[in-house]
Write a protein that binds this ligand. Structure first.
Ligand SMILES: Cc1cc2nc3c(=O)[nH]c(=O)nc-3n(C[C@H](O)[C@H](O)[C@H](O)COP(=O)(O)OP(=O)(O)OC[C@H]3O[C@@H](n4cnc5c(N)ncnc54)[C@H](O)[C@@H]3O)c2cc1C
Length: 298
């Protein structure tokens, strides 16, 4: 197992959207995957790895926090995976859970292997948020991966915000992601709270759904900006709870997940009512997302 050195704090601000070049037409995301080499592989937990990917030829445009790549395991298939961080000036981190044929092939990739990358695609998280806002970041399971760039942004611009709270839920302690970073996030002025659905005998932390961590988090609903990503039921409950506490639905962002193929709004595979998730999402606000969250995937 190789440790991914790229998770160093110095890399964090590079995900700030202010540093992302605007996407000129000549840089429009291509249908042709660019070859990226795996330079490091870090096992987060038994079924989840973070891969550091560095371009061998052309670099895809710099992603904004919340955007995703189409990652191609040659000869197996291509799937959408969110960007979970950056490596140096040109590389990307992708954190993925092995659930099926393609993600299993990506999970098996080792340093030196070459994968294909297209992107970046989709909408991003609305950062920077207004000055003096209270940021509330709610993650369930693998949902922490697309939110990590928001956390890096908040660490890099901590003085901009009145408070930053990260609420993390996982099935069990073994399923928690990026545990080696929580101390640094806390030292950087972020209130990090963790809970698990099921504990083991040595666990001294909180047990329960992530919404049980909400107590005292929303002190001024009008200045709260929330970001949530995880299983749809968790996002539904979290967004509803935040809205019940007075946070405006337009200030609650969530990341939709649907099977997709082209990534560029051509094939219609990810259509969800009036929304093409690859183009209009994955990040949308609760005002728009609330009716969609109740639609089961076909
Ligand atoms: C915008 C976006 C960003 C994503 N980011 C990440 C990420 O950062 N890390 C990560 O591990 N995964 C992420 N995913 C999910 C990932 O794309 C799927 O796990 C992958 O497509 C599964 O493909 P497969 O061939 O391995 O499995 P399949 O054989 O296609 O599926 C295996 C199981 O997963 C379910 N499944 C497949 N795709 C999806 C999906 N899109 N949504 C919900 N259930 C699905 C299937 O119903 C099946 O039960 C993201 C998905 C989207 C749409």
């Amino acid at each position: 197992m190789t440790t991914v050195p790229s998770m160093a704090p110095s890399m964090a601000p590079s995900m700030a959207p202010s540093m992302a070049p605007s996407m000129a037409p000549s840089m429009a995301p291509s249908m042709v995957p660019q070859p990226y080499q795996v330079t490091a592989r870090h096992e987060e937990c038994p079924d989840t790895v973070t891969l550091a990917l560095v371009p061998l030829r052309e670099q895809i445009p710099t992603p904004r926090p919340g955007q995703f790549s189409m990652v191609y395991a040659f000869g197996v298939g291509e799937v959408p995976i969110s960007v979970s961080g950056r490596v140096g000036t040109t590389g990307l981190l992708h954190t993925l859970r092995a659930v099926g044929a393609v993600t299993r092939a990506l999970h098996a990739a080792r340093p030196g292997d070459v994968l294909g990358l297209r992107g970046p695609f989709g909408t991003g998280w609305a950062v920077p948020a207004p000055e003096r806002a209270d940021l509330v970041i709610v993650a369930g399971g693998i949902g922490l991966a697309p939110l990590r760039p928001v956390i890096y942004h908040a660490l890099g611009e901590r003085g901009r915000y009145r408070s930053v709270t990260v609420l993390i839920g996982a099935r069990s302690p073994a399923d928690l992601l990026f545990t080696g970073e929580y101390a640094r996030w806390t030292a950087g002025g972020i209130d990090v709270r963790v809970t698990v659905d099921r504990a083991h005998s040595g666990w001294t932390g909180h047990v329960g759904l992530v919404t049980t961590l909400f107590t005292g988090v929303v002190t001024d609903p009008g200045r709260t900006v929330a970001f949530t990503c995880g299983p749809e039921v968790m996002m539904r409950l979290s967004a509803r709870d935040l809205a019940d506490r007075g946070v405006p639905p337009t200030a609650i962002q969530l990341s939709l997940e649907r099977n997709m193929r082209c990534g560029i709004a051509l094939c219609g595979h990810c259509q969800l009512g009036p929304v093409l998730v690859c183009r209009d999402g994955p990040v949308i606000d609760y005002d728009r997302g609330e009716p969609l969250l109740s639609v089961r995937e076909l």
